[in-house]
Design a binder for this molecule. Structure first.
Ligand code: FES
Length: 133
């Protein structure tokens, strides 16, 4: 499998690995095709993501895309973070082998799941925000 230099870098040196014990939003998603799991932790202040960490049990592409996802959402409002798609993650990485595109979906889905959890906790109807993206 040929991975780009950026994928290898984010796989070997993943950014923001770990948990946030007092996270404001936590999202866990799984890929039914391979059984891999990605868990995203968010710290949110005034509607902005001030910290993000992840734990991924998965392939190299899943770990690299998790790492990129956390980098892309830090400092963004939850509305802007919801606009991030797996295409943005792939673009950041340069490329992903076609058979690994599905792995990048976990990154997008884990962001949305964590924001949905945050919205539920503070009593915002997340469907209204999420539906618009
Ligand atoms: Fe499962 Fe990549 S093979 S996420």
């Amino acid at each position: 499998m040929n991975y780009s230099k950026k994928v290898v870098d984010h796989f070997l040196n993943p950014r923001n690995v770990g948990e946030i014990p007092d996270a404001d939003g936590v999202g866990e998603v799984g890929n039914s095709r391979c059984g891999d799991i990605m868990k995203m932790y968010l710290k949110i202040s005034n509607g902005t993501i001030v910290d993000a960490k992840f734990k991924t049990f998965g392939c190299a592409a899943a770990i690299a895309t998790s790492s990129v996802a956390t980098e892309l959402i830090k400092g963004k409002t939850i509305e802007d973070a919801l606009k991030i798609t797996n295409k943005d993650v792939i673009e950041y990485l340069g490329e992903l082998p076609p058979v690994k595109i599905h792995c990048s979906l976990l990154a997008e889905q884990s962001i949305k799941a964590a924001i949905k959890d945050y919205c539920n906790k503070i009593g915002i109807n997340s469907e209204i925000i999420i539906k618009n993206y």
